[in-house]
Write a protein that binds this ligand. Structure first.
Ligand code: ADP
Ligand code: MG
Length: 695
């Protein structure tokens, strides 16, 4: 293999020219190093000191930074547009200062005198990091003038004027207050992301604006901002003009691989070390990957390789950025490294448009993204890695040209890219609409009468209505409506299945257990596995194992965690994730509060059969049956899958009937978090579930 990449360039699309570097040399230098072997599910235990978060510590530098941002020169224009119109659409390149600066402009212009300035974000990480940044720019503490509210966490106070919140949180607020009376301005940020929640908010905010005008309740100004946006589509919907703010970007040289490569993680790794050998150390690298496990495993490999590299260990520092990461860790990647140390950030698509890290000169794009999508026939959401769209590829490329000329290495060929879709499909067209239908019905809105930017597919809606009716959340008819149970369900910020589980748990006598279980399921990756110590980790984890399956195993972990007096040490000794378990404890506290408000009996039981029946009662749509060939078949949708290797039920003994929490699709399809059940229980607890083959 001589040269792996072909270059094409943004400005010079006319004919690719080969890049002169030899991957072969790289491999030779590494030899048959065992660290090049793929080692999935590795979570590194490297401790790094949390350095100060500020990009610059002095006030003047902050002002300089603000002035250098493209939106700074458009301040007057934005304010004038908003004065003359109720809704303004703003489009500009990522990193121009939309999210951090516009709320400050509005604050200074007096928009927060009668109500807050709310800024919605599709992701909680972005809401938190950006709120912190803006608080710093305004020399304040988080929770004072600037605050944030994300699911299960509220960092705002009476003094808060600028409030960052996830679109899910604002949507839930709208159930209680349809006119959004707390707000004078709502900025619907990252509109191009088109999450289901954002799509619903578009309609709700538009309606609130109209109603407030009618009732003379004080204007609601709306700013819709986006990095790439179909201005016409949004313009027609909001009945307003779009504003395009000229950004500042530098040329980015684009390279594609010459050949198709199956193992993109490997391609990424080799490319990184090529960059490391051939470019100055102050050129930081941003790598786009699909998810936490992949990121942590590659981070580990890079750190090990860097140690072996002749050039020493101190010239490359690896950072990771993904949704489940703790706040401290997320902010670490903003801290500049010394000029002779290269910063390498491994991120999910969160770094595509939501979060901009300064100093990036090289981007490596794996070409995939993890996406939820669902099959209308079965109603199940599946999380899988899919090809990014062309628009996403260009967004990723753009990250290399924020501060100076850059290079983007695409771990896919030009031909492969030609087959990518032009733009990502809005989430509303590809995910299960069950939660959405319920939330709208809680607002007394029937989907059929809602002003959608893009209406979800009929078939999906039909299956959502059916599934909600089976859960007892709604009554379907000429006019469908939400039942009292459904109204209780929307009190929990959870998927309807989980809410149902909580609402019925006291009648099974196991509310305390279900509260713990749902909390720990809401948190991610409780078990830590470390490549060097896999056996020890497995040994430590074994004592929590329940033969009934993963749900009871997780419950054992959580119960033991709740009892320990030294959680940090205990988690370390047991190879458990302290942050995930602490998060779960926090979630549990909040779910308990809601349950108390709903006057549910907080009873407890050690009857495992009852507990499993209770889980079945909420998760009846997630039953799978063992087939002759050792695969499982899901009852809704007939998906063939195996039990995930991380499950305690993975192995020789295969129960005939199982419940699962999640379907994960990589090269294979897996059922994650499974529990054994029996056919008799299905007949007893959820007799309406048909087509279960007896064995
Ligand atoms: P946009 O919303 O237009 O994409 P942002 O307002 O998010 O842009 O970012 C503007 C600038 O602020 C970017 O150049 C980014 O690097 C910088 N920035 C944002 N957050 C931080 C942070 N936490 N620390 C340092 N710099 C930051
Ligand atoms: Mg932004």
């Amino acid at each position: 293999m001589e040269s792996k990449y072909l270059a094409t360039s943004k400005s010079d699309a006319g004919g690719p020219s080969p890049v002169k570097f030899s991957i072969k040399r790289k491999f030779d230098a590494l030899g048959n190093s065992p660290v090049l072997e793929k080692k999935p599910h590795v979570v590194p235990q490297i401790k790094q000191k949390i350095a100060p978060i500020l990009l610059t510590s002095k006030r003047t530098s902050i002002e300089q930074h603000q002035r250098s941002l493209p939106v700074f020169n458009c301040r007057q224009r934005i304010l004038k547009e908003l004065e003359q119109n109720d809704t303004v659409l703003i489009m500009s390149e990522t990193g121009s200062g939309k999210t951090t600066q516009i709320p400050q402009f509005l604050l200074q212009a007096g928009y927060a005198m009668n109500g807050m300035i709310g800024i919605t974000q599709p992701r909680r990480v972005a809401a938190i990091t950006i709120a912190r940044r803006v608080a710093q720019e305004l020399s304040g503490n988080i929770g004072d003038t600037v605050g944030y509210t994300v699911r299960f966490e509220d960092a705002t106070s009476k003094a808060t004027k600028i409030r960052f919140l996830t679109d899910g949180v604002l949507l839930r607020e709208s159930i209680k207050d349809r006119l959004l009376t707390k707000y004078s301005v709502i900025i619907l940020d990252e509109a191009h992301e088109r999450t289901v929640n954002a799509d619903l908010l578009f309609g709700i905010v538009k309606d609130a604006q109209k109603e407030r005008r009618k009732k003379n309740l004080g204007k609601l100004k709306v700013v819709v901002t986006s990095a790439t946006m179909d201005i016409d589509h949004f313009g027609k919907y909001f009945n307003c003009k779009g504003m395009y703010l000229e950004g500042r970007t530098y040329p980015v040289r684009v390279m594609h691989t010459k050949e198709e490569h199956e193992d993109y993680v490997h391609t990424v790794l080799v490319t990184l070390f090529h960059i490391h050998r051939t470019t100055p150390r102050n050129h930081d690298v941003l790598i786009f990957l699909t998810g936490q496990e992949e990121i942590e495993s590659l981070a580990q490999q890079i750190r090990q390789l860097a140690k072996m590299d002749m050039s020493g260990t101190t010239d490359l520092r690896v950072f990771t950025l993904y949704a489940q990461l703790s706040q401290g860790k997320q902010l670490e990647c903003f801290v500049p490294t010394p000029a002779n140390v290269r910063k390498v950030i491994l991120a999910t698509n969160i770094a595509e448009t939501s979060i901009t890290i300064p100093g990036i000169r090289c981007v490596i794009d794996c070409g995939f993204v993890k996406e939820k999508s669902f099959n209308t026939a079965d109603g199940l959401d599946v999380l899988k890695s899919v090809r990014i769209s062309k628009a996403q590829a260009w967004q990723r490329t753009g990250r290399a040209g924020r501060d100076a000329d850059g290079t983007c290495y695409r771990a896919y060929t030009k031909r492969e890219m030609d087959s990518f879709a032009d733009a990502t499909q809005p989430e509303i067209l590809r995910t299960n609409p069950t939660s959405m239908v319920l939330q709208l019905l809680a607002l007394d809105i029937d989907c059929n009468n809602f002003d959608f930017l893009d209406a979800p597919l009929e078939e999906g809606l039909r299956s959502a209505y059916k599934s909600l009716e089976a859960l007892g959340a709604i009554k379907v008819g000429a006019v469908s409506y939400i039942t009292p149970l459904g109204r209780q369900m929307v009190q929990y910020p959870l998927d309807p299945k989980y809410s149902k589980l909580l609402l019925t748990a006291s009648s099974f006598g196991c509310m305390e257990e279900i509260l713990s279980l749902v909390s720990v399921l809401s948190s991610d990756h409780v078990f830590v596995s470390n490549s060097d110590k896999n056996e020890m980790a497995a040994l430590a984890h074994a004592k929590f194992q329940s033969k009934h399956g993963d749900h009871l195993t997780l419950l054992n972990v959580f119960n033991a965690f709740s009892k320990t007096e030294k959680p940090k040490m205990w988690c370390h000794d047991n190879y458990l994730n302290l942050r995930s378990l602490t998060y779960a404890r926090n979630v549990r506290r909040q779910l308990t509060e809601i349950s108390e408000r709903l006057h549910l009996a907080l009873n407890s039981s050690d009857d495992i059969e009852m507990l499993k029946k209770c889980i079945l009662n909420g998760f009846f749509e997630n039953i799978a049956v063992l087939q002759r060939d050792g695969f499982y078949m899901t009852v809704s949708g007939n998906i063939r899958a195996k039990i995930h290797p991380s499950s305690v039920l993975h192995g020789k003994y295969k129960p005939s009937y199982i419940l699962f929490t999640e379907i994960v699709q990589t090269e294979q399809t897996f059922l994650r978090q499974v529990t054994e059940i029996s056919i008799e229980w299905i007949q007893e607890i959820v007799p309406f579930v048909k087509n279960i083959p007896s064995r």
